[in-house]
Structures are given as structure tokens and as C-alpha cells.
Design a protein around this ligand. Sequence first.
Ligand code: F6P
Length: 323
Amino acid sequence: MAEKIKKVGILTSGGDGPGMNAAIRSVVRYAIHYGLEVVGITRGYQGLLDEDIVPMDHRSVSNIINRGGTILKTARSKEFGTDEGKFKAAEILHKHSIDALIVIGGDGSYQGASRLYEKWGIPTVGLPGTIDNDLNGTDQTIGCSTAINTALDAIDKIRDTAQSMERIFVVEVMGNKSGYIAMEVALGAGAEDVIIPERQFNYAAMHQEIIAGNKRGKISYIIVVAEGAATAPIVAENITRYTNLETRFVVLGHVQRGGIPSGQDRILSTRLGAAAVDLILNGYFGKAVGVLQDEINVIDLKDATRRVHTDMDRRYELLKILT
Ligand code: F6P
């Protein structure tokens, strides 16, 4: 099986994340080093269906290790989501003599890569590319570290105005159905509270805490909200309604997806890109690579999706002790 692989395709799929370019660079150069031909597929699975396939060489990935976004572009493809779409994708891969496919993406992209392997026999390997950190088999996903830093940078600035104007701020962060970014950001920012999908939140208790704090002279608060748990405008409106204190909200949104990748994301991406190619060279497919406790880790793609963080109660307890 291993001898058969001559040509590898690479694509980025779903929401982009800082560090994806570093992963592309690593895959392309490492694969070429070991004698493989590499082609880039632009705009994710949709680009594959549209046969947007470009040759990649050593120089096509020059000076991208420090750039956010993805030079291959990305998309969420409705057509690929169907079985017919996946069948068509498999046919196109055969037509272009692409022997194996490396997919950098999140939950949905992994599900697609897994199905391509299980049902259509396409040798696929996944790299965890999403800011959400919601994939199994890796401590962190590519982009998460930078997204957290970006949100922290924004909250530090918000804190300045919150204190100066004696206001409460509700800050909504991304994360899809996961509260990981929100919890990490809340801990890192020293926020007063955090609302995440993984745990039930007692709004009445928060309102009471704010009122009691206000009586003691505490006037500025940062409340972090995961987009999967609540919406910032509503949380802010209710705080004002129940506490009678001036509240503002900020939805950080896509700003968290861009920017210069952190050192951690660049290094993670670089190690994972090479690890993905190693799997292909050794004939292991339908797998996802990750880093667990600083070691490269490999699991089946089908087991890598839908990670639920189980230690959120403990982190929340810590947050509240330190508040
Ligand atoms: O999965 C990454 C992510 O940024 C999520 O945090 C967010 O819910 C979603 O993508 C936003 O997707 P889109 O860019 O399609 O609006």
C-alpha cells in the first residue's frame, strides 16, 4: 500500500484558523523531501468538486509560516455534504491520480474525510485545524492558541474602558458548540464570570453577585460568554434589567479567526504537517494526527470528532475562587 502513494492532495476546509498556512508549508516541504508530488486543492471540498487543483512546490509555500488565513482558501461545501458529493469527490481524486488526501479542518471536515475513507476507500489523513479546540486526540487544535491571545488582547482593552467608565461588559467569543475558548479566555483575562454550554449557568446568582459587589464598591465586571451558550446582547440586557447597572456588550466575532499565528500554533502546525505525511509514507489512513502531552498522537478520524471538555467545572471553580 505504502509504495502506491506518489501524489498527495492537500486542502483546508471549514473555518480558517491562524497556523493553517504553517501546516500547509510543513506538509508540502516534508512530502517533497520524501519524494512525493503535492497538489493543493483550493476552497476546501468545494474546490475539489470544482477541480480547482494546483501543483505545489517548495517555493509555493515560501513566507507563509507567519501569515493568518489559508493560502489554499477554504469553504463549507453543501454539495460535498451529500453522499453523491463525496462519490464525485472520490472520482475526481482518481481522475487526477491523487493517491492520498490531507485535510486540515475541524469537526465537519473530519467527518467528510472519515467518510471518504470508510465508504469510498480514499486514503485520507486529518490535521486538526479549527480555533474551537473541539477535536479528540490532541491537546489543542491549530488556531486555538492565537484565537485565545486575540480575545485576551481585546478584553485587556475593554477592561481599560470598563474600569474608567465603571461599566459591566459582556464579551462574546467564538467556539461553536464548545466553551473551551470562553473558559480559557475568562481564566486568562481574570474575568468575573463565564457562561459556557458545558455547564448550567445560574443567571440569578450572577445578578445577585453583581448587586452585592456593587454595594461593596465593585463597579466594573467582565463576563465572557461562549457563542454556543448565550448571546451577549441578551445577557447584557438582562444584567441591566435585574441590577440597574450600566452594561455594554462586545461580540468579538471573526476577529478571533485572523492575525499572525502564535508561536504555539506555528510549531504545532509544523509538527503536525510532518506527522500527517509520515502516516501517508507508512500507509496509515483514515487517521487524525494530534499532539498529546507534547508527543505526536494518532487516532481514527471517526473518533476524533465532537470532543467535549470534561474539566469545565473545576476550571469554573478556580475562576470564581480567584475573582
Ligand atoms: O469553527 C470555527 C468557527 O469560527 C466557530 O467558532 C464559529 O461558530 C464558526 O466557525 C463561524 O463560522 P462562519 O465563519 O461560517 O460564520
